[in-house]
Design a protein around this ligand. Structure first.
Ligand code: COA
Ligand code: AMP
Length: 628
């Protein structure tokens, strides 16, 4: 574990001697067998950490705290304004539920290496399901509840789970989202069939259970024998988390057990400045990597109390909801996405509602998921009078690439910057040929291999796609897909993606997958989807379609059908609400659609006519559409 007194010393320690540095980080974890090689370059796509070592992630999150006498301490606080419930689980209680669910899964035949898909709303059982799967040495794959049946089905087909754990419903403001019909439809579409489903019945909408396949979650847990921890290799997979890639097919990012445990345990102290017993709240969803790492694994690994919130920043019941949760549970550090702060700011610009609550417990606000726009960062900083830290990472890395470090003292506040690289990351901006650019020059943000522990070592059963997607453009480097700049102080500014991924309300989405859906409509000849600027969500998808010759149906009808189709195929999370019919799309002479020009026009920016454009007048219709 790092005891370095400053950021420079810690970063320098790692640079000089990574093996000793990582051995120190791993000392906070309970291993059942020590590693043989701290790094084995011959494993996986670029090597693997702690090769030969064994541990159990669930043991490190639960059992060891109970064995150390902290069983009565709160592990998880479930706070749900959606149901009017607050429930606290001590470490001992959380362990009891987890070992029973592990027993129930084992009774259904789940063993080490088997996959378990988890499709659940923000209920404690979702965290328990993750931990129980980890306890068995099995591999979970959590699917975000806002995805539609087809997306769930793709993930089931790829992960091939033995068991699926789901709930009868999720709760969104003003509507109950019935999960079970979505699950049934997803299974029906999938070539792979699970042997069993465990369904948590929520009173807001009970689900019909299919005989001999579906079992009631609570009954199964109540009847199960507690199951112990199964030791796994540090390099064995803990989970697969699917994320948007540059095609319609999501990428199954694999997380291993050993490196993940070591870096998450350390990050709670080094980055967020927390110790065992501190209350921590990540306002995200277990379906995203932020939820995996910082609602479930890292805080529990460290022995903190993690708040799990089923609600929104606004409307549940008002824009004071976050301040209420902080005050009520004495949260020390809050981690959320900038979009949540923008939502609060939009409804309560003066922060009047914050004055109703005692926020003295709060020591810092951490933001990630999208770049925090400076006005929002400054607003939160002035309102709370506490440090606001933007930090940058992605599903693939599993923990921050850049951050501010409370253990070492935070860097001066630079709104718009994502902080400095965490020890373990040798980060540079590269030009398109892979040359390192001088500081202050924008380029492809890339990480020199090997990636540190915790970062996804591969894609699920697809090393080749991992190499192609991340390692092939710049040999010896991992390409993050983000463009940005490292300034002369070493602070990193992440400016946006270099591929077709957009970020909507902190949710990572692929415009390519939306285009695939639009293109499947019978009247559409060609299409483009771009991420246009949005005051609240950062970006919002906007579709442009050219109709097939001879189609004379009302354009408004077609646009409505396209919006419905994206919701049906991808899900409400795509937030696709704007489809426009145009006579033609601007293209290069080689036929490539000029999406960047479309986006600039939609954002009201100056869009110079690219020299490669086939027909310069093709931009005029768009300019008229957006009043330019
Ligand atoms: N299950 C089912 N539907 C869901 C869902 C879930 N788990 N999560 C979101 N949805 C639905 C929403 O109800 C909404 O549906 P609608 O089109 O019928 O209104 C749609 O998906 C889009 O959701 P979202 O983009 O989240 O917009 P919103 O208007 O509901 O809320 C915010 C906007 C800013 C309040 C919300 O996005 C938020 O709290 N974001 C926090 C950021 C976050 O958690 N980021 C994760 C990465 S850190
Ligand atoms: P996800 O994999 O869903 O976590 O999304 C990762 C992507 O979100 C990154 O590649 C960035 O494009 C963006 N992102 C996340 N955090 C930040 C941040 N703090 N600043 C800028 N972009 C961010």
């Amino acid at each position: 574990m790092t005891n370095a007194p400053s950021y420079a010393a810690a970063y320098g320690d790692w640079m000089r001697d990574p093996a000793t540095y990582w051995a120190g980080e791993a000392a906070g974890i309970t291993w059942t067998k020590p590693w043989e090689k701290i790094f084995d370059p011959d494993l996986g796509a670029f090597g693997q950490w702690f090769a030969g070592g064994e541990l159990n992630t669930c043991y490190n999150c639960l059992d060891r705290h109970v064995e150390a006498g902290r069983g009565e301490q709160a592990a998880l606080i479930y706070d749900s304004p959606m149901t009017g419930t607050i429930r606290t689980f001590s470490y001992a209680e959380l362990l009891d539920r987890t070992e029973r669910l592990a027993g129930a899964l084992a009774a259904l035949g789940v063993t080490k290496g088997d996959r378990v898909v988890i499709y659940m709303p923000m209920v404690p059982e979702a965290a328990i399901a993750m931990l129980a799967t980890a306890r068995l040495g099995a591999v979970h794959s959590v699917v975000f509840g806002g995805f539609a049946a087809a997306e769930l089905s793709t993930r089931i087909a790829d992960a091939k789970p033995k068991v699926i754990i789901s709930a009868s419903c999720g709760l969104e403001p003003g509507r109950v989202v019935k999960y079970k019909p979505l699950l049934d439809a997803a299974i029906a579409m999938s070539p792979h069939q699970p042997s069993a489903c465990l369904i948590l019945q929520r009173p807001q909408a009970l689900a019909d259970l299919k005989p001999n396949r579906d079992y009631d979650f609570d009954t199964a847990v109540a009847e199960a024998e507690p199951h112990g921890c199964v030791s796994v290799l540090a390099t064995d997979p803990l989970y697969v988390l699917y994320t948007s890639g540059t095609t319609g097919k999501p990428k199954g990012v694999v997380r291993d057990n050993g490196g993940h445990a070591a870096v998450l345990w350390n990050s709670m102290k080094m980055i967020y400045g927390l110790e065992a017993g501190d209350v921590w709240w990540t306002a995200s969803d277990v379906g995203w990597v932020v939820g995996h790492s910082y609602i479930v694994y890292a805080p529990l690994m460290r022995g903190c109390t993690s708040v799990m919130y089923e609600g929104k920043p606004v409307g549940t019941p008002d824009a004071g909801a976050f301040w209420r949760v902080i005050a009520q549970h004495k949260v020390k550090v809050l981690f959320t996405a900038p979009t949540a702060m923008r939502a609060i700011k939009q409804q309560d610009p003066e922060g009047t509602l914050s004055r109703d609550y005692d926020l003295s417990s709060l020591e810092a606000l951490y933001l990630a998921g999208e770049r925090c726009d400076p006005p929002t960062g400054v607003w939160a900083h002035e309102l709370l009078g506490k440090p606001v830290v933007d930090h940058w990472w992605q599903t693939e890395t599993g923990w921050p690439i850049t951050a501010g470090f409370r253990q070492f003292g935070l860097f001066p506040f630079k709104p718009g910057s994502g902080g400095r690289p965490c020890p373990g990351y040798d980060l540079h901006a590269l030009d398109d040929e892979g040359n390192v650019l001088p500081s202050g020059t924008t380029g492809n943000l890339s990480l020199r291999l090997p990636l540190p522990p915790g970062c996804g070592p591969t894609l699920w059963q697809d090393d080749e796609n991992y190499r192609r997607s991340y390692l092939s453009d710049f040999p010896g480097w991992y390409r993050t897909g983000d463009a940005g700049v490292v300034d002369t102080d070493g602070d990193v500014w992440v400016m946006g993606r270099t591929d077709d991924i957009i970020n909507v309300a902190g949710h990572r989405l692929s415009t390519g997958s939306m285009e695939e859906v639009l293109a499947s409509h019978k009247d559409v000849a060609e299409c483009a989807v771009i991420g246009a600027k949005d005051e609240l969500k950062g970006q919002t998808p906007m579709g442009f379609v050219v109709l097939k010759a001879g189609v004379s149906r009302p354009e408004a009808d077609i646009a409505r059908e396209l919006v419905a189709l994206v919701r049906e195929r991808i899900g409400p999370v795509a937030a696709f609400k704007d489809a426009r019919v145009v006579a033609r799309l601007p293209k290069t002479r080689s036929g490539k659609i000029l999406r960047a020009s479309i986006r600039k026009i939609a954002d009201g920016e100056n869009a110079p006519v690219p020299p490669t454009i086939e027909d310069p007048t093709s931009l005029d219709e768009l300019r008229v559409l957006f009043g330019g």
